[in-house]
Every structure is written in structure tokens, then in C-alpha cells.
Ligand binder design. Structure first.
Ligand code: C2E
Ligand code: CA
Ligand code: CA
Length: 564
């Protein structure tokens, strides 16, 4: 056993050495006469035990204990305190400071000393184990296991501390909220393990852009945050943010394939944008949301006028949730006419915000929000079921409506959902209706992302017998290739293409479009027929079907039933 004695008193050291005389411990004793010398010895030699005098000039034994126990490995040596005084309070103070045993100088004997040293070693071993498990738990509580970055909890604590410490400086703190743009695609295509690998690689790259990583945290999934202290001007932030975008834009190699994964970054500055940690986080999130909205793969800075819009969207999102839960949405039905016979051949189901709600929103306002939040999956399921049930009822009740069809608007988000196809099939089966009595209306925006998934869903639905209609054709970006590449039966010409007296070229455009679509053998539905001339033109051009305020507005189910 290697022993270090730290005692300024030569006589006391002799007493200890004599007491140990003859034992095997006595062979390996080092003596020092001050804390400073003792610590110097510990720098290069490992001792099993330190016999430490309490009372020494300059630094006393307790100070040395503090110094040792503050180290990562708790100083790695058991300590027996040796003191001239036998006060219990002093003994306790020594134990509290990290000594394992306490012995009074007047009582030193060979037996006592040996016993104290063995006890001290055992105790120290246990303390060290406890300390190690404490460190492990602390790590777990503060770190994200995949990337080793701080987790959300530790991030929030760090931000609070940094804000508190920053109050007296002239510099600002920047908070960056980062969100990967196509992470879901990576996970869906390559699997979660590959997704994890990508996250780890990405963290490595971003770390390369930062000065030190204590402010870099993974908040969950593909969401990250970075806290940058000591910001003197906005340029300090934009340099780093741009560097991050650049490095993330480089392709990642997964399964030997190059994968591109952009990033949206929102920035908020303390104290300019917010003075509290929670508010700063919220502001950075809003800015990040802005970055996503304005085309992804970019940096946006918090600007408070956007806060209002964000709050507004958030309120609608909450309302949608409530209305869904309480089944307060309703459907209106707009008749679709066969133009040569003036018969009603179908209805389009259009969702309506509860009429008794304090605020009112049109579908154009709340559907996009429901799509962003994926609430459209549940909402769409409800619409589907309601509309099919209604069709069943009309078909059974009326002799003339046995061939009636129902058009249901379907969002691209629904088409990308794994369960949509089987759900649609299930619902028509449950009501004993042929799939061909249901027309699914989709818009061209469905073809912009995840093309193969959408194509698959549409092909499956078409094979099951559902009719597919391309909605709003001719509005904004329309492409003939879409008509060719997807299983489309019906094209609905957008209401904006309806001609009016003041615009003759529009009538020509409408005519050309009808000719082309007829040549390609699509069934055509003219939307937004509001005037007699428009109806006449449609009839002259032999457009099969029409829909519009002139013919019938969207109406509650009872009115629609009477109309039938
Ligand atoms: P859309 O599919 O193009 O639906 C037709 C819209 O045009 C409806 O507006 C309808 O009220 C309106 N409309 C019908 N005839 C005329 C007309 O003669 N003149 C004019 N100016 N407008 C006419 P609404 O009900 O406000 O719906 C707007 C959009 O919201 C729909 O456009 C559709 O894209 C979406 N939407 C409505 N219900 C649902 C739904 O249940 N699910 C999904 N995913 N989207 C829906
Ligand atoms: Ca529609
Ligand atoms: Ca439409």
C-alpha cells in the first residue's frame, strides 16, 4: 500500500511512521510537509491512502480535500484525516469535505491506524462507484444518445443560464432553430437506421461550423437548436448560418447513394427579439416556420409581424382539433349536371366550418392548415365516410338517383398516407356501393412531391374502380404530362377559365382546352358556370358536365335531397 503523509509537524509524522513500523504498509511511505507539496506528489504518483493533517499553516487539510474531490475521479485516493483535536464537529466537517475516516493524534496506535486505513479505502471505493453512476445518469438526462448533443432539457437550462449571465454584457445571444427539410423522405426511403446515420453525419458537419459545441442541441427528431453567445452584429450570425446551410447542402452518401437534405433555419436574437428564454425559443421557431413556408433551405430572421400570422394559424389548428373531436363540421353538396339532359348526375361534397362557431373560415383558409398539421388525414376520413353514407341514402331513397355519383376532394397529404387506399375501399364496401360511384378530386399540387407514392396510390384506387378527377385544371401551373402520366378519368376545368363578355380571348382558350381534352378522351366538367352565355358555350362545345352557381350552389343535405 502506497501512503502519503501530509503534515507540517515533523514529530507528528514520526509518530505515524513509528506506529506503522514493522507493518508491511510502512515500506512505502512518502512524507510532505504542506498541501502544496502533497498535491505536487499526487501529480505524478498514485497513492492508496493519504494521511492528512487537519491543521497546517497556509492551506489546511480541508482545503486540500476540496481540491482533490473536485477532480473528475474524486482525486482517486482515500483520505484519513489526522488531527490534534477530538471535536466531533471538526470530524464531521472533514467527512463532509470528502475524507473517509478521522483519527485523533493522541490516540494513534498501530491497530487503530491500520483499521482506519482499510475502512477508508473500502468507503472510498463505494463512494467512487456512486459518483460514477451519478455521472452516467446525469449524462443520460442531459444528452441525446444518438448524437451526443445536449437534449431539450439541457438546452433549455443552458439557454436560461446564458441569458442570466449575459445581462451585464453589451453582446447579444443568437438562437438558431434548425429543421431538416427532407428527413421524412430519407427515413421512408432508406429506413430509420440510415436516417440515424444521416443525422450523425450532419451533426458532425455542423459542429465543424461552430466555435464550440456547448450550445448545440438536438431537441427531437430532425429538430436542432444552436445558441451562439457574444454576438456583436447580425453578420456574426449570418456567416455561421450560411456556412451551416452550405455544408448541409452537400450530398450525404447512404447505401452508396447520394442523398440531398436541405435545412431551414430560423434565427431570433436576445435581447432584441425577446428577453425571456421561452419567448426567444418561440421567436426562433416562428422564423424557422417562415423559412419553411418561403421555400425551405434558407435562413429567416424573426420579424414580429409574422407572430400574428403564426398565432392565427395556431388558433385555427386548435379549433380544427376541437371541431373534429365534437363532430361539428358539416358537408354541403353542390350538384353536378349533365349538360345535354339537364339531369343531376352527381354531387360534390364540400366541407363547411360549423355555422354556429364564433369565428368563421372558408375551406380555402383552413384546409391548407389542416394539411400542414396532417389533421387532414382525420378530417378527410370523416368527409369520406359522411359523403359515402349520404350517397348511399340518396341512391336507396330515390328511383331516379340510382346512378348518382359523389365527388370527394382528396388532399395530396391523404394520398401519401399509407392507409388511404384500403380505407377508401373499406368504406365503399361497408356501404355496399361500387367504387365507380365515387370520384376522387385531386389537384395538380399532388404531383409535385413524392411522385411515385402518389402515382402508386392513384393507380391502386383506379384499379379498385374509383374515378379520378383532376381538379382546377388550367389554374396556375397545368401540364399535359400530368394528364398522361396519371390514371385520370375526368378533368374539371377551373372556374377562372370561364369566359365573360369583356374577355373574348378567354372564350377561345376555353374552347381550345375543351377540344384538346375531348381529343384525349377525358370526360370534362366545367366548373364555375355562373352565366347563361357560359352555359351555352359549354353546351355548344359538348362539354359533358357542368357545375356552378347558375346551376346550383353548394347546399345542406336536406336541400340537396329536395332538389333530387
Ligand atoms: P374546389 O374543389 O375547386 O371546390 C369548388 C369551389 O368553388 C367551392 O368552394 C365552391 O363553393 C366554389 N364554387 C362552386 N360553384 C361556383 C361558381 O359558380 N362560382 C364561383 N366563384 N365559385 C363556385 P369552397 O366550398 O369554398 O371550397 C374551396 C376549396 O376547398 C375546394 O375547391 C377544395 O379544394 C377545398 N375543399 C372543400 N372541401 C374539401 C374537403 O372536404 N376536402 C379537401 N381536401 N378539400 C376540400
Ligand atoms: Ca373539387
Ligand atoms: Ca375545383
Amino acid at each position: 500500500m502506497k501512503i502519503l503523509i501530509v503534515d507540517d509537524d515533523l514529530v507528528d509524522r514520526k509518530i505515524i511512521i513509528n506506529a506503522l513500523g514493522g507493518t508491511k504498509e510502512a515500506r512505502d511511505i512518502t512524507q510532505t510537509s504542506s498541501v502544496k507539496e502533497g498535491l505536487a506528489q499526487l501529480e505524478h504518483t498514485h497513492f492508496d491512502i493519504i494521511l492528512l493533517d487537519y491543521k497546517m499553516p497556509k492551506a489546511d487539510g480541508i482545503e486540500m480535500l476540496y481540491e482533490l474531490r473536485a477532480r473528475n475521479d474524486l482525486g482517486n485516493t482515500a483520505v484519513v484525516m489526522v488531527s490534534a483535536s477530538e471535536e466531533t464537529e471538526l470530524a464531521l466537517a472533514c467527512i463532509e469535505a470528502g475524507a473517509q475516516d478521522f483519527i485523533v493524534k493522541g490516540e494513534i496506535s498501530q491497530g487503530k491506524l491500520q483499521k482506519a486505513m482499510v475502512h477508508a479505502q473500502k468507503r472510498f471505493e463505494i463512494e467512487q462507484k456512486m459518483h460514477q453512476s451519478y455521472i452516467a445518469v446525469k449524462q443520460m438526462a442531459e444528452r441525446d444518445p444518438l448524437t451526443g448533443l445536449s437534449n431539450r432539457y439541457h438546452f433549455e437550462e443552458t439557454l436560461k443560464v446564458m441569458i442570466a449571465n449575459n445581462k451585464r454584457t453589451k453582446h447579444s445571444i443568437a438562437l438558431l432553430a434548425l429543421d431538416l427539410d427532407n428527413f421524412k423522405y430519407v427515413n421512408d426511403t432508406f429506413g430509420h437506421d440510415a436516417g440515424d446515420t444521416l443525422l450523425v453525419m450532419m451533426v458532425g458537419r455542423i459542429n465543424g461550423c461552430l466555435r464550440q459545441n456547448e450550445g448545440f442541441a438536438r431537441l427531437g427528431g430532425d429538430e436542432f437548436a444552436i445558441i451562439l453567445g457574444g454576438i456583436a452584429q447580425i453578420n456574426d450570425v449570418s456567416v455561421i448560418a450560411d456556412r451551416i446551410l452550405e455544408t448541409v447542402a452537400e450530398p450525404f452518401v447512404l447505401d452508396d447513394k447520394e442523398v440531398y437534405c436541405g435545412m431551414s433555419i430560423g434565427v431570433a436574437i436576445f435581447p432584441a427579439d425577446a428577453t425571456k428564454a421561452e419567448d426567444l425559443v418561440k421567436s426562433a421557431d416562428i422564423a424557422m416556420y417562415r423559412a419553411k413556408q418561403s421555400g425551405k433551405n434558407r435562413v429567416c430572421y424573426y420579424e414580429s409581424q409574422f407572430q400574428a400570422e403564426f398565432n392565427h394559424r395556431y388558433a385555427i389548428q386548435t379549433d380544427i382539433h376541437e371541431c373534429l373531436k365534437n363532430e361539428r363540421f358539416t358537408l354541403h353538396y353542390q350538384p353536378i349536371f349533365e349538360l345535354n339532359s339537364s339531369n343531376i348526375v352527381g354531387f360534390e361534397a364540400l366541407i363547411r366550418w360549423p355555422s354556429d362557431a364564433s369565428k368563421h373560415y372558408t375551406p380555402d383558409k383552413f384546409i391548407p392548415i389542416a394539411e400542414d398539421t396532417r389533421q387532414i388525414i382525420e378530417l378527410g376520413r370523416w368527409v369520406f365516410e359522411q359523403a359515402v353514407a349520404q350517397l348511399k341514402q340518396w341512391r336507396s331513397n330515390s328511383t331516379i338517383a340510382t346512378n348518382l355519383s359523389m365527388s370527394i376532394n382528396v388532399s395530396p397529404v391523404q394520398l401519401r398516407d399509407e392507409e388511404f387506399v384500403s380505407l377508401a375501399q373499406q368504406i365503399v364496401n361497408d356501404y355496399g356501393l361500387p367504387a365507380s360511384s365515387i370520384t376522387l378530386e385531386i389537384t395538380e399540387t399532388a404531383f409535385f412531391e413524392d411522385q411515385s407514392k402518389i402515382q402508386q396510390s392513384l393507380t391502386d384506387l383506379s384499379t379498385l374502380g374509383f374515378k379520378i378527377a383532376l381538379d382546377d385544371f388550367g389554374m396556375g401551373y397545368s401540364s399535359i404530362s400530368h394528364l398522361m402520366n396519371y390514371p385520370i378519368d375526368i378533368v374539371k376545368i377551373d372556374k377562372s377559365l370561364q369566359a365573360n363578355q369583356s374577355n373574348k380571348s378567354k372564350a377561345e382558350m376555353f374552347e381550345a382546352l375543351v377540344l384538346m381534352l375531348s381529343k384525349l378522351s377525358f370526360e370534362i366538367v366545367a366548373e364555375g358556370v355562373e352565366q347563361n352565355e357560359q352555359l351555352s358555350l359549354c353546351q355548344k362545345l359538348e362539354v359533358q358536365k357542368g357545375q356552378g352557381y347558375l346551376l346550383g350552389r353548394p347546399m345542406p343535405k336536406t336541400d340537396a335531397g329536395k332538389l333530387l
